[in-house]
Design a protein around this ligand. Structure first.
Ligand code: ARG
Ligand code: ZN
Length: 474
């Protein structure tokens, strides 16, 4: 489903959205579109994802030639029908579909915008596990969004990068493109010999393919949201290893001088171990990071088990802050994934707070000092935009990050360190590999601390002015 920024989802009338009060999970500010075949009903992105089935595994076989920008793919989707399906949708933006089968039988297929509509020879029964195979090719085109930027497959100087939040996957494979449907991935990428092709999860090796090409294989066996998938193709310096029994695979663009980017990514394991000591076990079967030298990518993204970083983060020298941020997302975002985009502060607030924790651990500012500095910030967007209901245009605003982290710190001050770290560990343990909402986070915080926290979260997440400084409760 093409990324559509709906103006009705822009934050505004959020005063009565108190997490503790009444309808916790039903937004009153943004009407929920009805889930249908062409969308799961996310108020921010009504056409993202599709209803009627639940994917459990993607098997992707992709061949890409950077010389011509031509991609050819076969995607196999194994899913369970949650209703009887006379037809169903997959999200696919651009590309030409050549062939679709459902359980091995040819199916009719049509395109409606960024939707691929599949009509199987016979309806899929409710509850049935079914397999869809799609053959397709073409030149991938990224998705554009005026307010949040570009997502998806980008042709680069010597290869390609597929990356983006909230959407990217549908530019290179047919997918249920919403974070509420997590699945495992087996990926094979065939590229001209001499190029590296990196994806998520455990490296399964490379083997020669016809015509002097190379096939790289990757496997992500822990459920992953589609926006956390990535492929990076090109000339890269790679580092491999093992840490705590899991493979490490990192890559830095060869165009960059050996230096700060390599050194920062090399500290991934040390940072991950520190975060593990706070949050609980590192959630995935592999470690790594990829640094891209592509001017159109000006951010980092917590792509599962192997974050992708813009080279810009390392121009001024070693930077483990961004590494700590992206690694914290492995717990908050990747293992525990938002059920809908409005709750993005659950990702960004906690990842930013982890940066504060890492800085303190490194001998920098304390978390209290970081909070105090932000609290007197003159950035009025911080207080105007409620991080718990930022609206599409402010999905990645400073409020979601900084006020999100301040919300986390306000919780810590209110309940005390002991309860605070038990809340985080309980949250991580109970929601591991799943989806979550703000209301569930508030409920966990109240249950673990034994305190009533409605007013705290209402003010910090949904208020449109600066809340009072937090004080220790009871
Ligand atoms: N989740 C990413 C991070 O904070 C940021 C992605 C920014 N995306 C964007 N389209 N601007 O690590
Ligand atoms: Zn982040």
């Amino acid at each position: 489903a093409l990324l559509v920024a709906v103006s009705l989802a822009l934050a505004g009338c959020t005063a009565d959205r108190r997490p503790g009060a009444g309808s916790r999970s039903t937004p009153t500010s943004s009407p929920s579109p009805t889930p249908g075949p062409a969308g799961v009903g996310d108020p921010y992105f009504p056409t993202a994802g599709n209803s009627g089935y639940d994917v459990d595994r993607y098997t992707l076989r992709v061949r890409y030639d950077p010389a011509t920008d031509e991609l050819r793919g076969t995607t196999t989707v194994r899913a369970t029908a949650t209703a009887e399906l006379p037809l169903f949708h997959l999200d696919l933006a651009g590309l030409t579909v050549r062939r679709v089968t459902v359980d091995g039988t040819p199916a009719r297929h049509a395109r409606e915008g960024a939707e691929l509509v599949v009509t199987p020879a016979a309806p899929v029964r409710a509850g049935a596990v079914f397999t869809v195979e799609v053959g397709y090719d073409g030149r991938p085109v990224p998705l554009r969004n005026e307010t949040i930027g570009e997502g998806g497959w980008l042709h680069t100087a010597d290869g390609a990068v597929a990356l983006g939040q909230p959407e990217s996957a549908s530019t290179w494979f047919p997918v249920n493109d919403h974070p509420s449907d997590k699945a495992t991935y087996d990926v094979e990428i065939t590229v001209p010999q001499g190029l590296v092709a990196v994806a998520n999860g455990v490296p399964q090796g490379q083997r020669p393919a016809a015509g002097g090409w190379t096939t790289w294989r990757w496997s992500e066996a822990t459920p992953m949201a589609s926006y956390l998938s990535t492929v990076v193709i090109g000339k890269y310096r790679t580092t491999t290893g093992e840490h705590r029994g899991r493979p490490v695979f990192s890559a830095v663009a060869s165009s960059l001088p050996r230096g700060a980017a390599d050194a920062s990514v090399a500290r991934t394991l040390e940072v991950a171990d520190h975060l593990e000591s706070i949050f609980g076990r590192y959630p995935f079967g592999a470690y790594g990071g990829v640094v891209v030298d592509e001017p159109r990518i000006r951010y980092a993204l917590e792509t599962q088990s192997r974050p992708v970083y813009s080279a810009n983060f390392f121009r001024a020298g070693e930077n483990t802050g961004v590494v700590a941020h992206e690694l914290a997302h492995q717990w908050f975002g990747d293992s525990i994934t938002v059920a809908r985009w409005e709750d993005i502060w659950l990702n960004e607030g906690l990842a930013t707070y982890a940066e504060w924790l890492w800085a303190e651990h490194q001998g920098g500012d304390t978390t209290q000092a970081a909070f105090d500095q932000e609290y007197v910030s003159s950035d009025d967007q911080l207080w105007r935009v409620p991080p718990g209901a930022p609206g599409v245009a402010n999905l990645f605003s400073s409020s979601v990050y900084q006020r999100g982290a301040m919300t986390v710190h306000a919780l810590r001050v209110t309940v005390g360190d002991d309860a605070f770290f038990r809340i985080l560990r309980t949250w991580v343990a109970e929601k591991r590999n799943g989806n979550a909402t703000t209301a569930e986070f508030v409920a966990t915080a109240e249950r673990v601390s034994g305190q009533q926290l409605d007013d705290l979260f209402a003010a910090w997440l949904y208020g449109t002015e600066r809340p009072p400084t937090p004080t220790r409760a009871g």
